[in-house]
Design a binder for this molecule. Structure first.
Ligand code: FAD
Length: 352
C-alpha cells in the first residue's frame, strides 16, 4: 500500500496550485487526473484583469490575490525553467465619449489610482482597428499560458511519482478511521478539485454551482500585429504565434462541444472594431466552475472530515487559485479558519 498525506483529484488550476503549495510544506501528495482535452483550465486565455470593465471597479480582492499569483507563477518559471506568466498592457476601447469620461473620472479615485491609467490613447492603426473614441489601459494586467504550465507541472509531478492518469471513481473510495483508501493508496485526506465535474461528486453535489460554458478561438490576422491585449465586448490577446479571441458565456448549453453559434458570436463582435481579415486556426470550449454567489468553494465536508473541496474559481481561476490554495493549506496544516465568504459552510443551510 502506498501512503501519502493527501490525494488530490483534478489537475486543473485548482489542483495544480494546491499540489505545489502542499509540496512546498513537505507534504506527500498524489494527484489524479483523467486528462480531458478541453478542461476549463486548459482552454482558458489565462488573462489577469484587475478591473471589472463593465462598472470600472476593482476585481474582488485584487490587492491580495494578484501579487500572490504573480509570485507563485514566477516561482514556477524558475522551478520548471520555462516562461508562463507575461505582463501585458490591456486596453479598453471606448464605445463613446461618455465611456471615455467615465474612465478618466474613475482613474482619479484613490481606490483605482493604481489600476487605471488615466491617459486616453490612440495606439492602434485606424485602418486595422476602428477606435474613434480612443482607448486606455489597466496597470498590472498579465496572462498565464495555462496549458503550457499545466503540462510542464504534470511532468514535474510524474518525475516525483506524484501523478496518476486515471478516471477517479467515487465507488472505489473507502473512508476509514485514519483517512481514505483509493485502490492501493492510503491518505489522511482527499481534496476534490474537479472543476465543473464536481456536480457528479456524491459528497459535494449539494454545492450551488451555476456553471458557464465558454468558447474561445485562436486566430491569425492578415496584417494586424498587436503587442497589447484589447477588450471591447470580447478580448483579443497576442498568444504564442497567434491571437486568442474570446470568450462566450452560456448558461444553458453545458456541453464541452464547440458551436457554430459561439464562433459566429465571437467573430461578429470582433469584426465591429477589427478591420483586418481573421482566419480561425483553432476553436475550443470548456465549462467554467462558476458558483451562485460568485465566490470560491473551499472547505471540509460537514460529516466526513477526511474529505475536502477546492473549487468555484469561476471566471478568474488564474488570479484566485494561489491565494486561496494558501488559505486551504493554512487550514490543513495550521488549523487556521477559512474566510467565511469562501467556506462551503455558508451553504450548509441549503444542504439540510
Ligand atoms: C473559455 C474560457 C475562458 C477563460 N478565460 C479565463 C481567463 O482569461 N482568466 C482566468 O483567470 N480564468 C479564465 N477561465 C476560467 C478558468 O479556466 C477557471 O477558473 C479554472 O480553470 C478552473 O480550474 P479548476 O481546476 O477548478 O477546474 P478544471 O480546469 O475543470 O480542472 C478540473 C480537473 O479535474 C479533473 N477531473 C474532474 N473529475 C475527475 C475525475 N473523476 N477523475 C479524474 N480527474 C477528474 C479534470 O480532468 C480536470 O483536469 C476561462 C474559462 C473558459 C471556459
Amino acid at each position: 500500500m502506498k501512503e501519502v498525506d493527501y490525494i488530490i483529484v483534478g489537475q486543473g488550476l485548482a489542483g495544480s496550485v494546491l499540489a505545489q503549495q502542499l509540496l512546498n510544506r513537505d507534504q506527500r501528495i498524489l494527484v489524479i487526473d483523467q486528462q480531458p482535452e478541453n478542461s476549463s483550465s486548459k482552454i482558458a486565455a489565462g488573462l489577469c484583469n484587475p478591473v471589472v470593465f463593465k462598472r470600472l471597479t476593482k476585481s474582488w480582492m485584487i490587492d491580495d490575490v494578484l501579487e500572490t499569483a504573480k509570485t507563485f507563477y514566477r516561482r514556477q518559471e524558475t522551478l520548471l525553467s520555462e516562461e508562463f506568466y507575461t505582463e501585458i498592457p490591456l486596453y479598453k476601447l471606448f464605445v463613446n465619449e461618455k465611456e471615455q469620461q467615465f474612465w478618466q473620472q474613475k482613474s482619479n479615485e484613490p481606490d483605482l489610482f493604481d489600476w487605471l491609467n488615466p491617459a486616453v490613447e490612440f495606439p492602434f492603426n485606424p485602418n486595422l482597428i476602428d477606435s474613434p473614441h480612443g482607448a486606455a489601459h489597466v496597470n498590472h494586467s498579465a496572462f498565464l499560458q495555462t496549458e503550457k504550465w499545466l503540462n510542464a507541472f504534470q511532468k514535474y509531478l510524474r518525475n516525483q511519482q506524484a501523478f496518476i492518469a486515471a478516471d477517479f471513481r467515487y465507488e472505489n473510495l473507502s473512508l476509514t478511521a485514519e483517512g481514505v483508501v483509493w485502490q492501493n493508496v492510503q491518505a489522511k485526506k482527499i481534496i476534490f478539485c474537479e472543476g465543473y465535474r464536481c456536480i457528479h461528486n456524491p459528497y459535494f453535489d449539494w454545492l450551488p454551482f451555476k456553471l458557464t460554458k465558454g468558447e474561445v478561438l485562436t486566430i491569425q490576422f492578415d496584417k494586424l500585429k498587436l503587442d497589447q491585449a484589447i477588450n471591447k465586448g470580447v478580448f483579443i490577446l497576442p498568444y504564442q504565434e497567434n491571437y486568442k479571441l474570446g470568450a462566450t458565456y452560456n448558461w444553458d448549453d453545458l456541453s464541452e462541444k464547440t458551436s457554430e453559434t459561439g464562433k459566429h458570436e465571437l467573430l461578429e463582435k470582433a469584426s465591429r472594431f477589427i478591420k483586418d481579415r481573421m482566419e480561425v486556426i483553432d476553436h475550443r470550449a470548456g465549462v467554467r466552475p462558476t458558483v451562485s454567489d460568485r465566490r470560491p468553494l473551499l472547505g471540509i465536508h460537514p460529516e466526513h472530515k477526511q474529505l475536502l473541496v477546492f473549487n468555484g474559481l469561476g471566471t478568474k481561476g488564474v488570479m484566485l487559485a494561489p491565494y486561496f490554495a494558501n488559505k486551504l493549506v493554512a487550514l490543513l496544516l495550521e488549523n487556521q479558519a477559512l474566510p467565511r465568504e469562501v467556506n462551503i459552510s455558508r451553504f450548509l443551510d441549503s444542504k439540510a
